[in-house]
Structures are given as structure tokens and as C-alpha cells.
Ligand binder design. Structure first.
Ligand SMILES: C[S@@+](CC[C@H](N)C(=O)[O-])C[C@H]1O[C@@H](n2cnc3c(N)ncnc32)[C@H](O)[C@@H]1O
Length: 231
């Protein structure tokens, strides 16, 4: 499953890089947790005062959310992405900002390497949901001291009328590229109770699960945002 997934994300990065504006960008005024820009909660999902906090994003893509946290909240942020092209893109947009660093790595490799603990870890349609939760959540737990926050948004498992997975297995999903090509990926499509089970096994308690809708996407929710704390 890993090889097609990695090449899909590389193709996604290459087309996004070719399509998007190169060079420095203005820092986004808000963090986007959902598929509906401008809606949904803000950075307080990660804690009330993020100044000086060490924050890790898993699957940062072009780095927009990481840049927001570093610039508008003075957090110390590391964005990790599997694909080197995404990291180069993120650096070209936001590499000028202090206290913000982007690194190319598989989320699991980054978390298992020796390194600092974090005050919060998050993912926005990033590595959480794209890597086996029974491996990724305990690896995140290694780098989060007790009481610290993990937050992640995933495509809602009932988007478009789908059904959540009834097993601890990934489902087939696709990444749609800017040219509309659809490439297969594996995605762990869990409902809240299955995330809760995996979080507890990994040493977290789930503190909230919120679902969000996008009017254009019909009656189904489009985003599931989960927040948990390390115990
Ligand atoms: C849908 S994009 C989301 C990017 C960004 N978080 C955003 O909201 O714009 C998913 C990102 O996760 C990255 N990714 C996929 N698998 C990963 C892994 N195992 N470790 C780190 N990053 C991964 C992809 O390369 C891609 O940039």
C-alpha cells in the first residue's frame, strides 16, 4: 500500500507546485481545519496561548497552517511532509518566517527519530488517516508529554454517503490532482468510536469530536475534527 500512496502524493505535490504561485506568500489569517475555508474553529483547538509552544504538523503540504501558527501565534512550529517537493514549496512560501521549519520525512520515521517533545501535534487532512493508526498514534504519544494536545481533521467517513470502516483496515480512496486525474491511496476511514478505541490504546483520551458540513457537498458531513489529550 505504501508505494502507490507515496507516488500519488508526489504527483499531487508536483502538479500543485506547477499550478500554484511560486515564492513568498502572505501568511494566512486563520488556520483551516475543514474543507470550507473561513469556517470552523481556530488555533485555540491546540490550546489557549500558543506563544513559544512547540508544535508539530504531520503532513503539512504547502505549510499554510504551520505558517499561521508561527506568525500569528508566535508558536515554534515544525511541519513534516512525506514529499520533498511539498517541503520545498512550503519553504519557498514561508521559509522566511522565524520559528518555523519544514522537514521531508515519513511521519513515522520523524516521530521515532530522537528529538524534542512537543506541546501539541496536529494534522489537517495530513498523515493521520493516511498511516496505520495503530502505528502512528503510539509514535505521536512518544513525543507528547502527559496533558498535551493532539488534534486532527480527516475527511468525514460518511462524506458523500459513504460508510465508515467496520474493521481496523484502510479503505481505498483517491487523490484528485489539479488536472482531475484520480490516483489511488489507502485511507483509514474511521468513525469517532473507532478513533476513540485507537486513541485510548495509544495513551490518549478523546476530548471532542466535531463534524463539519460544506453546503455544496450535500447533506453529509465533510470533515471530522478530533481532539485528544495525552494521559
Ligand atoms: C491532502 S494533503 C494536506 C496538506 C495540508 N495539511 C493542507 O491542509 O493543505 C496531505 C499531505 O500529507 C502528506 N503525507 C501523506 N502521507 C504522509 C506521511 N506518511 N508522512 C508525512 N506526510 C504525509 C502528503 O504528501 C500531503 O502533502
Amino acid at each position: 500500500m505504501l508505494a502507490p500512496t507515496a507516488s500519488a502524493w508526489r504527483a499531487h505535490a508536483l502538479q500543485r507546485t506547477a499550478a500554484g504561485p511560486p515564492g513568498p506568500l502572505a501568511v494566512p489569517a486563520r488556520i483551516e481545519w475543514t474543507t470550507r475555508p473561513g469556517h470552523g474553529p481556530g488555533a485555540d483547538v491546540l490550546g489557549p496561548d500558543l506563544r513559544g509552544r512547540r508544535i508539530l504538523e504531520l503532513g503539512c503540504g504547502a505549510g499554510h497552517n504551520a505558517a499561521h501558527l508561527a506568525h500569528h501565534h508566535q508558536a515554534r512550529v515544525i511541519g513534516v511532509d512525506l514529499v520533498g517537493e511539498q517541503v520545498r514549496r512550503a519553504r519557498s512560501h514561508y521559509g522566511r518566517l522565524p520559528h518555523l521549519r519544514f522537514t521531508a520525512a515519513h511521519a513515522l520515521h520523524f516521530l521515532h527519530a530522537p528529538g524534542e517533545p512537543f506541546d501539541a501535534v496536529y494534522s489537517v487532512f495530513g498523515a493521520i488517516g493516511l498511516v496505520a493508526p495503530e502505528l502512528l498514534l503510539p509514535a505521536i504519544g512518544r513525543r507528547l508529554p502527559p496533558g498535551r494536545i493532539l488534534a486532527f481533521s480527516v475527511p468525514h467517513p460518511q462524506r458523500g454517503g459513504r460508510s465508515p470502516s467496520c474493521e481496523d483496515k484502510p479503505s481505498r480512496d483517491v487523490v484528485t490532482l489539479p488536472d482531475r486525474t484520480r490516483l489511488p491511496i489507502a485511507r483509514w476511514e474511521y468513525a469517532t468510536d473507532r478513533w476513540d478505541k485507537h486513541l485510548r490504546h495509544a495513551g490518549f483520551w478523546l476530548t471532542s469530536a466535531q463534524e463539519f458540513r460544506t453546503p455544496a457537498a450535500g447533506p453529509w458531513p465533510t470533515t471530522l475534527l478530533i481532539r485528544a489529550r495525552r494521559f
